[in-house]
Design a protein around this ligand. Sequence first.
Ligand SMILES: *Cc1c(COP(=O)(O)O)cnc(C)c1O
Length: 431
Amino acid sequence: MLSKNITVSADGTLLFAGFNTVELANKYGTPLYLFDEELIRERMREYKNALTDFFSTDSVPEYASKAFSCKRIYEIAAEEGINVDVVSVGELYTAYKAGFPTGNCFFHGNNKTDEDIIFAIELGIGCFVVDNLDELYAINRIAEEKGICQNVILRVTPGIDPHTHKKISTGSVESKFGMAIETGDAFNGVEAALSLSNLKLHGFHCHIGSQIFESQPFVTAAEVMVSFMVDVKKMFGYTADTLNLGGGFGVRYVENDPIINYRERIEEVAVKVKKICENENFPLPRILMEPGRSLVADAGMTLYTVGSVKEIEGYTNYVSVDGGMTDNPRYALYESEYTVYNASNAGAEPDYVATIAGRCCESGDLIQENVKIKKPCRGDIIAVATTGAYNYSMASNYNRVARPPVVMLSKDGDYLAVKRETLDDIIALDV
Ligand SMILES: *Cc1c(COP(=O)(O)O)cnc(C)c1O
């Protein structure tokens, strides 16, 4: 099995986090998102302990909540004592309504409107991660109007190619995000930030991309960033106290993907950062990291019910399920790989090559092509593993399909975290 929380019961049904998936499908209906709450908590602690052990006691992970956002996940993050990243007022509002301390929220994004900035400041946002000069001046102006001094860090592009999918690579010079070191824009940003009296500059941020398996890009990015901080000190006499190294650690979607030890990866980065700081006589900054995918991806699983098995002689076997690109658009977007199980018959040897098709009116609405599973029939439950990140958060109502509910699996049992959308929810905004 792909991950330690996926097992098979004596009667051949698939278990997730020890729960019988077929029983959960009957209880809550399909499509259905499942989350292994204990695994999410374990990962949050792994990051938190690694950052405090290898850097400093005030170093902390920030959950990049765009990976999976609902009130419950912010409650869990608050209970585990970590920070969160938001990229929209929608995410910020969800965190706020969940009782998450907004002073521990970092506001990201490459285009924050004046309305966004005002809303975030009124809710007491901890820090803005500033993407560009226009935004820097806007935050300063609004902070002045509000009579406050706003904490900010600057997003810098370190000029790194992390060898991942182009659409999730963000650290190179031509990226739409941040201010590049190579072009001098990052230094201009520092000079401006230091000159504005309603901003308190704490340091810098970089995020090189997502689903990265190699360790070298992270070490190199950290090296570039610390060297940049040293240069900034020499140029402006300003010593930054915070370095945010972003997210991006890969997760295992298929058996061929490597297993990454996040603690060891963080230690490798720490060794490099400490060495440069020591050599340059630069005080070790507070380190922040922003894992999204690696906190929640393999804590998630999606269940579907099979509607039909269609064999096109000499071409493809289609297994159509009751969800698709509306609950998981990632194959349609980036041809992302997934592992699929016939959850009703998971003990049997996989004997059938199939393409798992969704029910939207798009030929590209596929969950995965050419997977090997035990041949299913109408009514069987299909499970897709590692759907915890960028599935529910990317879900849509295309074809006016209702979004599935989210069920948490915890040591105290299973419970609903997000309800299934109803037909009346679907027309709720129609005038
Ligand atoms: C998306 C994103 C993350 C999280 O990336 P993962 O690959 O999910 O860990 C972190 N920081 C920023 C700025 C992001 O845009």
